[in-house]
Design a protein around this ligand. Structure first.
Ligand code: GTP
Length: 265
């Protein structure tokens, strides 16, 4: 598709895109890039910010958790630390999810993409009851795709790559939703090495064997066998939230994930 072609990729109504990723992987910057990409193509998305602790958003959120809960006030009121404050804020927001869904359903006739940015501390969304309630509710309403954002330059060593993929794998099995692995920051390091490691088991084994010999290597070799199965259920793309490269492929992969949703749900 050309850069100016409309991103009219998804058939059959609105799509929820939930951005998940380690702190600093570039979720917020990628949200901003997707937002700008869709605006350029006259497909303005509806944006929901679920991170109560973000100080400044580089895009306009249509629904912002910070309008409902003040996480610093929650911290002092319930005598909590920062993570407890963020988690409790998400819980409080989730008690009003029915109202949020009413707004979203009203917008669904005119909006194709609903984007959800999640808290920087990944486990607050992925391992909490409210995170599960939010993703299950979204998935029960419209096709929902989880985008797992990876910091490509910081995942280029076999050990870090393995850990990140294990984490992604655990989220896939926890959410049970169509999943897209978005290797971000490809302007710094291409994600080619990752595609190679994921498609060629021996290439990854070789990369592992180049590392210093230690007990972890045999553990990692066993784990990489497990991951081989995970990779076969996965969609992958490389993007740069900074430059915008890879956005067309990103939306092709979203379309593919939506097809899976229609087949399975
Ligand atoms: P949290 O809010 O902690 O969850 O971080 P986040 O995942 O939302 O990451 P954020 O978007 O704040 O980006 C983290 C850093 O990575 C920032 O300095 C960004 O400028 C940088 N960054 C994000 N995407 C890219 C990219 O595609 N290329 C490069 N070079 N830098 C990027």
């Amino acid at each position: 598709a050309s850069d100016t072609a409309p991103t009219d990729t998804v058939q059959g109504g609105p799509v929820n895109i939930i951005m998940i990723g380690m702190a600093g992987s570039g979720k917020t910057t990628l949200m901003q890039r997707i937002n700008a990409h869709l605006h350029e193509r006259k497909q303005s998305p509806y944006v929901v910010n679920l991170d109560p602790a973000v100080s400044k958003l580089p895009f306009q959120a249509n629904i912002d958790i910070r309008d409902t809960v003040d996480y610093k006030q929650v911290m002092s009121e319930y005598n909590l630390g920062p993570n407890g404050g963020i988690l409790t804020s998400l819980n409080l927001f989730t008690t009003k999810l029915d109202q949020v869904m009413q707004i979203i359903e009203k917008r669904a006739a005119s909006t194709k993409y609903f984007l959800y940015d999640t808290p920087g501390q990944i486990e607050i969304f992925t391992w909490s009851a409210s995170g599960a309630i939010i993703s299950n509710t979204l998935a029960a309403t419209y096709p929902t795709v989880v985008v797992y954002v990876v910091d490509t330059p910081r995942t280029a060593s076999p050990a870090t790559f393995m850990s990140n993929m294990m984490y992604a794998c655990s989220i896939l099995y926890k959410t049970q939703l169509p999943f897209l692995l978005a290797f971000n920051k490809t302007d710094v390091v291409s994600h080619e090495f990752a595609v190679n490691w994921m498609s060629d088991f021996e290439a990854f084994q070789q990369a592992l064997s180049r590392q210093e010999e230690c007990f972890m290597n045999s553990l990692m070799q066993s784990m990489s066998l497990v991951l081989d199965e995970f990779y076969s259920h996965l969609r992958v793309c490389g993007v740069s939230a900074m430059t915008g490269q890879g956005m067309d492929h990103f939306f092709e992969q979203i379309q593919d994930a939506v097809r899976e949703y229609h087949e399975e749900f």
